[in-house]
Design a protein around this ligand. Sequence first.
Ligand code: SF4
Ligand code: SF4
Length: 262
Amino acid sequence: MSKPKVGVFSFASCEGCQLQLLNIEEELLDLLGRIEIVNFREAMDEKRDDYAVALVEGSIVTETDAEEVRKIRGNAAFLVTIGACAVTTGLNGMRNSVAAREAWKRVYPDRDFDPNVAPEVRRVSEVVKVDFEIPGCPIDRGELLYVLTTLLQGQVPRLPATPVCDECRRAGNPCLLDRGIYCFGSITRSGCRAICPAYGESCCGCRGLLPGAPIEELIEILDKKGYSREEVIVRMNQFNSRDDQVKPLTGELGRLRKEVAA
Ligand code: SF4
Ligand code: SF4
């Protein structure tokens, strides 16, 4: 039986999630015995379009990106997005806080606007149908391996649908909120073993928000710790500006700022 053919593709990102794929070392050798990689710019020169599975990293930031990801979708029977940039737009989404032309002017003050730049930075799922998403910045190697091996067995992988706080408490980490430091663990999808709070850093929501996340409750708690509503919303926009739960809050912020400026 022929091995499933896989293509790995990258759009706007630091390409760190592709590196995670290369970094699974021993397991990668085993995996390579069961799949055939036919397109992977970071690792090989060959570029074929006969892949059945596409792993897609990065956000869609230009019209060319959108065209390209539609082509990839057309070729692949199964499309998996890998990493925050592809799944939530990650840090790239912060560009959406201003119009594309304004963002361009700030970064390239001396160059004419490139009309290929899309009006908004989009998640891959906003442009094409996505069959499975592996979140995180970067993705977790173990989770990537689990998803790929489960798919190869013809089964549907399942990722945790609990908050980061669950993993954090199980690990016995002291809660950052108790120290007056902001943390989005209660509203963020787990699966990273609460790696940031384990090292004393705040969870900033890189794995995306849980549906029905208790956002207002968290805003209230953080208000008592000295974080203004505005600051919390700005921080939520860092990784989750495209989340439907965050968008109305961002709109509220925009209105408030206009009122202050008027
Ligand atoms: S440190 Fe963050 S992730 Fe850990 S329990 Fe506290 S709020 Fe949750
Ligand atoms: S703790 Fe939060 S920010 Fe850190 S890796 Fe996990 S989800 Fe991402």
